[in-house]
Design a protein around this ligand. Structure first.
Ligand code: ADP
Ligand code: MG
Length: 448
């Protein structure tokens, strides 16, 4: 077997793989071969695992076919980055200082890594894109926005990028903050007249990771400062990744200048996991916690907890804690009993509830016609019903404000205005708040 047989194999396999999987071929290097085996290498265990998962079967088949007989594939992990890093650190004798300085600045939680992010069809694109950013910061996908509802893994992916870079390229300065911390830092700097050091702190980042950027909605001054930080870093090809609970162009009161830059960058949408993914996540989490839960219980949880990974994890923790306390394995009956609060009133995802079912329920509650809610009529009761329907649609489904706007035939800013109005009103109007609660319960019951 020759290297060109290997190259032919790769060429053929590449066109047959989905593009998200092709990435893993590029990390494999041909080393040597003989009549029985091919020796390959890659740079990390993660590359190896992903190659094995997404490419190896096709590579093996094609190789055997082109060769005319079976060849063993041996793949070794060699770690050039780690070796270089080690020798640099030794030469300067500053290993601990670097580690400590990094830790205090970046505030990353080490539990969030690519290794323990579970991939499946719906998360593979997000995972690959984030990993690609971590491997080549500032080069491929800049800026990048990871968006989606709560508990879907935004923070996990964002911090994985930071942890990966800190480990593989410690000389790169990673700054990870929540948008809230960024705002507080900015306000403190203003108060203490320390803007210069604030700017130095953020602008010396090679990688700036800001979590939950929606927190900056309406905070015009902080946004302005962020815009300058952003520009500075972007122009020097430093990597910028933000997370947000919705697409950035749906943020109200957000500077158009930042929005337009993100629209041109990479936007990754994390969506609620499907049934198979929920089962896979539960199984993987059991594995890593070293507990065994029978598959009837796993299936029951996956069927009923559809919202997000955080809820799945929380439910699993509840069951494990209970099982430890009573010293017994979890049965289906125990799971039903222990999870009844979570499963009885679940948040419902867009797959389960349509906007029209919400409008029907709101119309019946307010005693108006569905067509009136969707019409341009402006009598008080119809406006109230319309606003409540819009508010509930945003609250209990994952439809974006743009999608909700399409349904009501209104533009995005009218929709956000309605949501704002009800949001403010429920805080001070107990009647409205309990009306909404009761409408939501009826909608959920009917959706089940
Ligand atoms: P978000 O920031 O979107 O609200 P998080 O990143 O905090 O969500 O995720 C919530 C929890 O779910 C975390 O414990 C995270 O580790 C876990 N999680 C989310 N997605 C995955 C996934 N694909 N694989 C493994 N764990 C996940
Ligand atoms: Mg988060």
């Amino acid at each position: 077997m020759q290297i060109d047989l290997w190259e032919k194999t790769i060429e053929q396999v590449r066109v047959s793989l989905p593009s998200a999987a092709q990435l893993w071929l590029d990390y494999i290097t041909f080393e040597s071969c003989d009549d029985n085996c091919v020796n390959l290498s890659c740079a990390s265990k993660m590359q190896l695992d992903n190659f094995n998962k997404f490419c190896k079967p096709q590579v093996q088949n094609t190789l055997d076919e082109l060769n005319g007989s079976h060849l063993n594939l041996n793949i070794f992990v060699v770690h050039p980055a780690a070796e270089k890093k080690e020798s640099k650190v030794k030469a300067s004798g500053k290993k601990e200082n670097i580690a400590q300085e990094k830790k205090s600045d970046s505030m990353l939680n080490p539990i969030y890594t690519f290794e323990n992010f579970i991939t499946c069809e719906s998360t593979l694109f997000a995972y690959n894109a984030a990993l690609s950013i971590a491997m080549n910061p500032g080069i491929n996908y800049n800026p990048c926005l990871i968006y989606g509802g709560v508990g879907l893994g935004k923070t996990h992916l964002l911090e994985s990028i930071g942890n990966y870079i800190e480990k593989e390229t410690p000389r790169k300065k990673v700054i990870y903050v929540t948008a809230e911390t960024f705002t507080n830092d900015y306000i403190d700097a203003l108060g203490d007249k320390k803007m210069a050091s604030f700017r130095v702190k953020y602008r010396k980042a090679d990688v700036l990771l800001i979590d939950d950027i929606h927190f900056l909605e309406e905070k015009i001054q902080t946004q302005e400062e962020l815009f300058h930080t952003f520009n500075d870093l972007y122009e020097s090809q430093k990597q910028i990744v933000f997370t947000c609970d919705r697409p950035i162009n749906e943020l109200k009161g957000f500077t158009e200048r930042i929005k337009s830059r993100f629209v041109r960058g990479l936007n990754i949408n994390l969506t609620a996991p499907d049934y198979e993914t929920r089962v896979a996540i539960l199984r993987k989490k059991c594995e890593s916690k070293r507990v065994t839960i029978n598959s009837a219980v796993i299936n029951y949880m996956a069927e009923n907890i559809k919202t997000n990974v955080r809820d799945l994890e929380g439910s699993l923790t509840t069951l494990i804690a209970y099982s430890n306390l009573i010293g017994k394995d979890i049965t289906l009956d125990i799971a039903r009993e222990q999870l009844k609060n979570i499963i009885a009133t679940p948040m419902v995802s867009e797959q389960d509830i349509s906007i029209s079912s919400i409008v029907r329920e709101v119309a019946s509650y307010y005693n108006v016609e569905v067509s009136e809610i969707k019409s341009k009529k402006r009598t008080k009761v119809i406006i109230d019903a319309r606003n409540v329907a819009i508010y509930i649609a945003r609250k209990i489904t994952q439809y974006s404000t743009t999608e909700i706007g399409n349904y009501f035939d209104r533009d995005h800013s009218t929709i956000t205005h309605s949501i704002d109005k009800v949001e403010k009103e429920v805080k001070i109007n107990a009647d409205l708040s309990s009306s909404i609660e009761s409408i939501e319960q009826t909608i959920r019951k009917k959706a089940k």
